[in-house]
Design a protein around this ligand. Structure first.
Ligand SMILES: [Zn+2]
Ligand SMILES: [Zn+2]
Length: 178
């Protein structure tokens, strides 16, 4: 199959990114000649960078809202709690950490902030679960469990964002070298 496919090309055609290599196909985006190495990503080097950079904001947004969900919910319930004249819970300030991480992910597409945000959310929820348990409010553990879904999903998103960010860095390095 590969042999048949290469017959479609002039045997002198060279990869646009790697001129020392023979072309095996064309880029799915701009149509320039690509070698076997370029084909593993379906795009030529310049297009791979454009495509991956274009994916960063969407991936970052999907992680950011998952990180912001639990803090936003808890900030609202804390505000209600305080408006009923009760004391401000000490955990309130700690939730600003995942909230800040969500903002960093949104603005800087930072995979490190995504990891810190997801892990700190889960640790805070664990702390909350312990204090509910020792306070005899086991029924409210269900709320904590539900709130943990978003940061667990954010962990997966952080891994995806990390991979995407790393490939963008690799393609930028290739472009600089070339
Ligand atoms: Zn291309
Ligand atoms: Zn190539």
């Amino acid at each position: 199959m590969a042999a048949d496919f290469s017959d479609w090309f002039d045997s002198n055609a060279r990869c646009a990114t790697h001129p020392h290599l023979e072309a095996a196909s064309t880029c799915a985006r701009c149509g320039s000649f690509c070698c076997e190495a370029c084909l593993t990503q379906a795009w030529c080097e310049p297009c791979a960078l454009v495509v991956m950079r274009a994916h960063l904001p969407g991936t970052a947004r999907s992680v950011a809202w998952k990180l912001a969900l639990a803090p936003a919910f808890l900030l609202v319930s804390t505000a209600l709690w305080v408006s009923r004249g009760r004391e401000l819970p000490t955990q309130w300030l700690a939730w600003l950490v995942p909230m800040g991480c969500a903002l960093l992910v949104l603005r800087r597409h930072s995979p490190a902030a995504a990891w810190v945000g997801a892990v700190s959310s889960l640790l805070l929820l664990g702390w909350q679960a312990l204090s509910l348990f020792s306070g005899g409010a086991e029924l409210r553990l269900l709320d904590v469990g539900l709130l943990a879904i978003a940061p667990v999903l954010a962990l997966d998103g952080a891994a995806r964002l990390g991979r995407l960010f790393a490939s963008v860095r690799v393609h930028e390095a290739i472009r600089r070298a070339g």
